[in-house]
Ligand binder design. Structure first.
Ligand SMILES: O=C(O)CCC(=O)C(=O)O
Ligand SMILES: [Fe+2]
Length: 287
């Protein structure tokens, strides 16, 4: 199993996983709740701010006019889930709070399981420094294109360690880039989650696992909802290449870096990186 996970990630930077730790009911509750979130007035949704780049409300701007998202940091902690809920529903919404909290916990469990598998596959018995509880649960909505098929979320690599996405059943949209030139649609599979390798994992794995480039494309008349758990490294541990993956044939490809400094760099250079075939982590920390 560990080997299959490693092989899929090394080759494609992604895979889909069937995971019954998240009951269908919880998934349905989440999508139902999300529709109500996006129906809230703009000024309410824009209360979702953060001092960390890309952690809060995003979208409906020049770069991504048809995309809108909100981020709940560490919603696996009940107090944080409550605070996020209260921003949106000051009068409270216990059901939403519980759904968000429960989903975050389940997806963090899945995430940690996959990180352990990856590094076991690489012969690392105790990847403790990489197992973190820090996350952002992001809920996303894409407007239906009116004319032609449209790229509603431009190609990018994620800046966390590992992303777990949940697509709506029957709504196609996510595509991943394979071999640098072929866009492959990842059709939603009932009961499955999409796992995407991101830039921090690329650094940890000394480049053995690529950060997969992906985008969202929609056909006319179809709107789309999705949500994802973005796993972040521990705040008090620098991001660095795992020692076991360094030897004479594989010198370290990345300098150690602080995750928040890297995120600030990402924010400052985001426009410059559009269309680049280099990942930000390589520009920022590549040796
Ligand atoms: O909505 C999706 O399926 C993808 C979202 C995504 O790539 C992101 O938020 O980084
Ligand atoms: Fe992404």
């Amino acid at each position: 199993m560990s080997r299959d996970v490693c092989a899929a990630l090394a080759r494609f930077g992604c895979f889909q996983v069937a995971y019954d730790g998240v009951p269908d009911r919880l998934r349905e509750d989440m999508f139902a709740a999300m529709e109500r979130v996006f129906d809230l007035p703009d000024e309410t949704k824009r209360r979702n701010t953060s001092d960390k780049p890309y952690f809060g409300h995003n979208g409906r701007n020049e770069m991504v006019p048809m995309y809108e998202s909100l981020g709940a940091e560490d919603a696996s902690e009940i107090d944080k889930a409550k605070a996020f809920t209260q921003l949106l529903w000051p009068e409270g919404n216990d059901k939403f709070c519980e759904t968000l909290n429960c989903m975050s916990k389940k997806l963090i469990e899945l995430n940690q399981m996959i990180i352990k598998m990856i590094f076991h596959g690489f012969g690392v018995d105790r990847p403790d420094a990489l197992i973190s509880d820090n996350s952002v649960l992001r809920v996303m909505k894409y407007d239906a294109p009116t004319g032609d098929t449209a790229v509603v979320l431009p190609p990018h690599t994620d800046k966390d360690s590992l992303t777990i996405l949940c697509q709506q059943e029957g709504v196609q949209g996510l595509e991943v880039l394979v071999d640098g030139h072929e866009w492959i649609p990842l059709a939603p599979i009932p009961g499955c989650f999409v796992v995407l390798a991101a830039e921090v994992l690329k650094a940890w794995s000394n480049g053995r696992i690529p950060a997969v480039k992906h985008r969202v494309v929609l056909s006319p008349g179809k709107e789309r909802y999705s949500f994802g758990l973005f796993m972040l490294p521990k705040w008090d541990v620098v991001v660095k290449v795992v020692e076991e993956l360094v030897d004479e044939a594989h010198p370290p490809r990345y300098k150690a870096f602080d995750y928040m400094d890297y995120l600030r760099y990402v924010e400052a250079h985001v426009l410059k990186m559009v269309g680049s075939n280099k990942d930000t982590v390589d520009v920022y920390a590549g040796v």
